[in-house]
Design a protein around this ligand. Structure first.
Ligand SMILES: NC(=O)c1ccc[n+]([C@@H]2O[C@H](COP(=O)([O-])OP(=O)(O)OC[C@H]3O[C@@H](n4cnc5c(N)ncnc54)[C@H](OP(=O)(O)O)[C@@H]3O)[C@@H](O)[C@H]2O)c1
Length: 285
């Protein structure tokens, strides 16, 4: 049995490849050079040659702000290519996991989003990912779409690394305190991906994040604490003072009830995950 991880060089993809190795699960990882999602017509043939028995798609156009200038490319990579992969998996009866995002919601909720709530993306990236979910389920009703949020880990660049680097240089930083979500550690997410493909609950969309929630400001304070930096260097600001090309959801906490009710292992709180993750995530700054 060989797993195929698409987007194996990303922060989640690398974590998943490592986890599969430690569990002695045979896996092939591909990057953009090997399978380019911007060329959807070439994908099926390449997948066929690899002959996988499980497929996990961690690949995506993830540059949220840049996507505003490149909607066609974002849609090609995050939706059309995903539809092709989902169809290939469906035709070959290959269990398939696709990763999606909290950005499919508009962020106006005041309690955690359920899987069946209406999507209403506010950015090109969010729209392309919402379309990717649709393409997945349309082409492959047996697929699993795992929506996650605020992902960080040992690999790639991410919020904790950026914040910790600045704090180590004694730089003051302004961090928004009016966007609420659930920071999610790639190790816990990768473990959840393996679990869903081992236990095979009902197919469909699941929300998978570390539990409980915070603002980016609170997360930055936790990061400061874990490196013994002066937390007064982290100053609160708000979204309207920190305008960026793509709109971010103000509230994007995802309910993990469906995941729990399906008998899958609940993910620990974001704080517990961060305390465990911090030494590894911040080891090579
Ligand atoms: N990061 C977050 O906060 C967050 C939050 C919610 C959901 N997600 C979702 O979680 C998944 C994993 O995200 P991540 O943080 O691990 O992203 P990432 O580190 O940016 O990795 C994305 C991967 O996609 C690959 N990719 C980009 N364009 C491609 C193309 N044209 N063809 C093939 N591969 C391509 C990249 O490959 P190369 O390295 O070869 O360029 C990269 O390895 C994505 O679906 C993302 O939408 C992320």
């Amino acid at each position: 049995m060989t797993w195929l991880v698409l987007g194996a060089n990303g922060q989640l993809g690398q974590e998943l490849m490592n986890l599969l190795k430690t569990r002695n699960i045979e896996a092939i990882g591909t990057d953009q050079k090997e399978i380019d999602f911007a060329k959807p017509t070439e994908i099926a043939e390449k997948l066929k040659k690899l002959n996988p028995s499980r497929i996990v798609n961690c690949g995506a156009y993830t540059q949220v702000d840049k996507a505003e200038e490149e909607p066609e490319l974002a849609n090609l990579i995050n939706a059309q290519a995903v539809g092709v992969i989902a169809k290939f998996a469906s035709e070959g009866k290959i269990p398939f996991v696709h990763i999606s995002t909290d950005y499919v919601f508009d962020g106006t909720a005041t309690s955690p989003y359920l899987e069946n709530e209406k999507v209403n993306p506010q950015s090109v990236y969010g729209s392309s990912k919402a379309l990717g979910e649709k393409e997945t389920m349309k082409n492959n009703p047996s697929a699993y779409v795992l929506r996650t949020a605020w992902v960080y880990g040992e690999f790639g660049n991410n919020f904790p690394k950026v914040i910790a680097k600045k704090l180590k240089n004694n730089e003051e930083l302004n961090v928004v305190n009016d966007q609420i979500g659930s920071p999610t550690w790639t190790f816990d997410l990768a473990s959840a991906i393996v679990e869903v493909l081992e236990k095979k609950p009902e197919p469909g969309i699941y929300h998978v994040t570390n539990s409980e929630s915070c603002s980016w400001f609170e997360f930055a304070q936790a990061i400061a604490k874990s490196i013994n930096a002066d937390s007064n260097l982290v100053k609160p600001t708000d979204t309207k003072s920190f305008v960026r090309p793509a709109v971010r959801p103000k509230y994007s906490v995802l309910s993990n009830c469906k995941w729990k009710d399906a008998g899958l292992t609940p993910l620990r709180s974001w704080k517990a995950a961060w305390n465990k993750a911090a030494p590894t995530v911040l080891s090579n700054l």
